[in-house]
Ligand binder design. Structure first.
Ligand SMILES: Cc1ncc(COP(=O)(O)O)c(C=O)c1O
Length: 484
């Protein structure tokens, strides 16, 4: 049966609509009208399709932390524009005709992280800001000296860069040859290549229950199933991991164990060793995402699974995004040389090879890597202190995980307050933040939010002030099972 011809129109869940709405309440005029306008846009661009039934008023009001009256008036406004029809007993259905080519059929967990809110302080993204030394490095690079290299078209990447990345791993305690390196367009492409190559539709991929949405969404994208493994304040819980390996026999495992995004946890070396043993015994390809591994404030070495014997089943995704610049789109995969060779065709299909200019700049940056790590930490540490001071002085009833490095703080709202509702409320106070919902495959609300400390000092200061303001006026919206 073709989409749209079913006699049972699909329902859009409150949480789904919140995702699609993005930052809807930053403009002028009454809230109901801003909401109606934004829903109208979603109908017009095909994100909401004809005959889809909008969430019940009460559920949407809870999810957006507004009164039910606001939703009723917004729906009435849309009905008067004939964009929706109110059908007694069945709810509010989209009636407008979409001009989009096709509606968005996929639901992306991380979608909200990429939204824009021009009038707001953006604390959604955890992108490190540009270091002046990196801007200078980009300005100074002598492309003419690399003319021959600029013509290189090897999908695995430029040999000199592969040597340099291998050397970085070797210096950090993991002997590596250039044959074990594939240059990617950021760590995200490394994740995409591995998931595409190793997980087929219906396969299970294990990952942390709270993790980087670029992984969760990629697993869904290939039709595989993401199964969450429990974490505690130090990361993966070993018993749960082993029982899920036994139960699901996953095609792939993918973890982000060190300075985890978003929880900031660090997996202790004894757990790393046990997991390496599980990887080897069960022979499960396992991708370790180490993008933030060098951002420890104490500069402690945080071992990789592959520093133990994983039997050749370990893979690492790395990049210069966090230390140097995400705009370079320069990352890599490290794995057994045979595995790297098998991934070569996947890379060629994805984008032929990583732009030569990124590779040349990446090599230049990696030649000064240790210095740049020092500069980046010098920028992040005071910013983390600013967040800690605010938590201590102005939000003392909030809890937070220890901040030992990385790019963000993972905080808990008191009294089971709904993080989804709070981020909506904060949005209306002019600050965009991500709730725990953006980092989990489970369609459940929670009481956690992520506060990145990557913005410049003035922006961070203003963003924190708005968060504090928003908290003062936040009504009691507890996490409500089933509403979201
Ligand atoms: C845990 C994690 N993995 C991967 C990525 C993507 O990194 P890249 O910019 O190198 O693609 C990010 C970016 O924020 C991340 O936090």
């Amino acid at each position: 049966m073709r989409a749209g011809s079913s006699s049972n129109p699909t329902r859009v869940g409150a949480n789904r609509l919140v995702q699609l709405l993005g930052h809807w309440a930053g403009g002028d005029g009454p809230l109901y009208r801003q909401l109606a306008d934004r829903i109208g846009e979603l109908v017009a661009d095909g994100s909401l399709r004809s005959r889809e039934v909008l969430p019940a008023e009460r559920a949407l009001a809870a999810a957006l932390a507004v009164s039910r009256g606001t939703i009723v008036r917004a729906y009435d406004e849309l009905a008067s524009q004939r964009a929706v029809s109110r059908i007694q007993g069945s709810g509010t259905a989209v009636s407008g005709r979409s001009v989009g080519v096709r509606g968005r059929s996929e639901q992306f967990v991380g979608e909200r992280l990429w939204m824009n809110g021009d009038a707001s302080v953006d604390l959604l993204k955890a992108n490190p800001s540009m270091l002046p030394e990196v801007a200078q490095l980009v300005a100074d690079v002598d492309l003419a000296a690399h003319t021959r290299d600029l013509d290189g078209t090897e999908p695995l990447g430029w040999w000199r860069l592969r040597e340099r990345i291998a050397d970085l791993h070797t210096r950090q305690g993991l002997p590596t040859t250039p044959h074990q390196i594939l240059v990617t367009s950021g760590a995200q492409q490394g994740i995409s290549l591995v998931v595409t190559a190793m997980a087929r539709p219906g396969d299970v991929v294990l990952g942390e229950e709270i993790t980087w949405p670029g992984l969760i969404d990629m697993v869904a994208h290939v039709g595989a199933r993401f199964e969450p493994v429990c974490v505690d304040r130090n990361g993966l819980v070993l018993d749960d991991l082993e029982s899920k390996i036994e139960r699901y026999r996953p095609a792939l495992m993918a973890f982000n164990p060190q300075h985890q995004n978003p929880t900031g946890s660090r997996l202790p070396p004894d757990r790393v060793a046990v997991i390496a043993d599980l990887i080897r015994r069960y022979r499960i390809p396992t991708l370790e995402d180490r993008v933030a591994v060098d951002l420890g404030f104490d500069r402690r070495h945080l071992p990789a699974f592959d520093e133990y014997d994983t039997g050749g089943y370990g893979l690492i995704a790395g990049s210069v995004s966090k230390v140097v610049w995400p705009g370079l789109r320069l990352g890599w995969l490290r794995a057994d040389a045979q595995v790297i060779n098998r991934l070569r065709s996947h890379k060629a299909v994805a984008d032929v090879f990583t732009p030569a200019i990124s590779q040349i700049l990446g090599l230049t940056a990696l030649e000064r890597y240790d210095e740049l790590v020092g500069l980046r930490l010098g920028q992040l540490r005071p910013a983390a202190d600013l967040v800690l001071d605010t938590l201590r002085n102005d939000l003392s009833d909030w809890t937070h995980a220890p901040i030992r490095g990385g790019l963000s703080a993972w905080v808990g709202l008191p009294g089971q307050a709904s993080a989804s509702a709070f981020v909506q409320h904060a949005g209306r106070h002019g600050v965009l933040i991500a709730s725990g919902r953006q980092f989990t495959s489970r369609a459940a609300d929670c009481s956690n939010i992520r506060i990145p400390f990557t913005a410049d000092a003035a922006t961070l200061h203003e963003g924190l002030r708005r968060i504090v303001d928003a908290w003062r006026t936040f009504g009691h919206h507890p996490v409500a099972a089933g509403v979201i």
